[in-house]
Design a protein around this ligand. Structure first.
Ligand SMILES: [Zn+2]
Length: 82
């Protein structure tokens, strides 16, 4: 048994993920808390990526208005001929 450093609840060793499959070491945070942390991180990352992408696209549009117009025109032409 060991106490999770996150929720403070004492749980059996099986409730902790192993640090490495070939070693007996286990994480100090229980599986439940670890999963919650992972999904929290995942969603935070998605938001961050979305925001970064949006800012990048916006900056790109502002920096290369002619390029974008040319690209759009080429794309329209390709669509029309298809
Ligand atoms: Zn926990």
């Amino acid at each position: 048994m060991k106490v999770c450093t996150k929720c403070g609840i004492e749980k059996p060793d099986e409730d902790y993920y192993k640090v490495r499959p070939d070693k007996p070491w286990r994480r100090s945070v229980c599986k439940e808390c670890h999963k919650a942390y992972q999904s929290e991180r995942y969603h935070a990352d998605i938001e961050l990526h979305r925001k970064a992408n949006r800012i990048y696209a916006e900056n790109y549009r502002k920096a290369h208005p002619d390029e974008l117009r040319a690209y759009r025109r080429a794309w329209m032409r390709k669509r029309r001929s298809a």
